[in-house]
Design a protein around this ligand. Sequence first.
Ligand code: UDP
Length: 412
Amino acid sequence: MADISKVPYSRIEIKKYKDIISPVLYNEILTLGEKLKRIKIAVVNSTASGGGVAEILKSLIPMFESIGINIAWYVTRTEPNFFSTTKKLHNLLQGQQGKFSDKELKQYIDTNKQIAEQLKQLNSDVLIINDPQPLSAGAEVCKKFKTVWHCHVDTSFVNEWARAMIVPFVNKYSRVIFSLSEYELEGINKDKLLFFPPAIDPLSLKNVIINRDFAENMLRRFKIDPRRPILVQISRFDHWKDPLGVIKSYLQVRKHFPDSQLILTGSLPEDDPEAIQVIQEIKDKTINDENIFILSDRDGLGSIEINALQTIADVVIQKSKREGFGLTVTEAMWKKNPVVGGKTGGIKVQIEDGISGFLVETIEQCTNAVITLLKDVNLKTRMGEKAKESVREKYLMPRLLRDYMLMLIGMT
Ligand code: UDP
């Protein structure tokens, strides 16, 4: 049986963000907050840790609460193999070929009906559902709540079967949020649509600015040598993130920088059963290479260790082939580390090619961009400054809070 459970989270004080964002945005948030004091919001997704959505909710929800808004966070609890079906839906939405079998479709609909029974018990006015896993559950309860579907997936190359399957559910919602306008799906009523990108929390353990010595010491624990060049990609282990392409590129870079190291680290979230297969595939391919480190949250890499890696990396790579947004890119840029990123989805919006990082499509382009940054530290510093300023302007959590509040005011 599927159900939902409430997620605990740490408190946040909005006034701590006052000096990081503009006074105009800070005051706007407080004013909008006054207008939303009476509504109750419930937010639902499929995992409390690992991956971008959990990362956003961990900060966005307590930030809402810090301005006096009544909000609660729930995750769905389902049979483990439900996530094999929903990962397939995720892949189809990102453009993979194929479709659900009758059994998978039945499992998706039935599990969501069970989740919907639990959602009906919530004492809320607005229900915000994240991503495709609980999508049809939200559609089931659209008469009881005002409903919002927030899709974080890159749907620019959507599989037609998947599009046709989800659109009737999506159209039952009051509002639908995509990170970019190019993700709009044919058939969704235009008057429901909103486009705004996600954001990072500059004061979370993942993003708070830490000192280099502290970061270096932390990484020695994993046998990473901070005196040698470090290349990293930090991602879920997912073929859309092209970890094998990153390894190929690193092997080319190593011809020029023989003492360089590659670190591929990824979380293994509960709702991504493919991650275990992908990490195994990578480990098998790199087993005899002591300069390639394959790590995960299960090796003790939490938020502060990821922060340390993003802080001291000589080059951060995010060579995705599809990317809804790419918080890992934002996180590195916030630490003044320009990123070599795949020219796709949210990455191409975040990186100004040649100015605040490099956009690449092929292994050769990736290799050349990495070598350029390794050779030219002054260029890296200049790009890093630009990268940080663009995150400050566009991709910090208070801006996302403001966009959400404007949406909610328009609905109530
Ligand atoms: N992440 C992490 N540990 C890892 C790998 C990733 O904490 O080993 C975090 C990463 O810092 C980011 C999130 O997971 O906050 C990934 O978000 P992104 O938008 O880049 O990708 P998604 O997983 O949502 O596709």
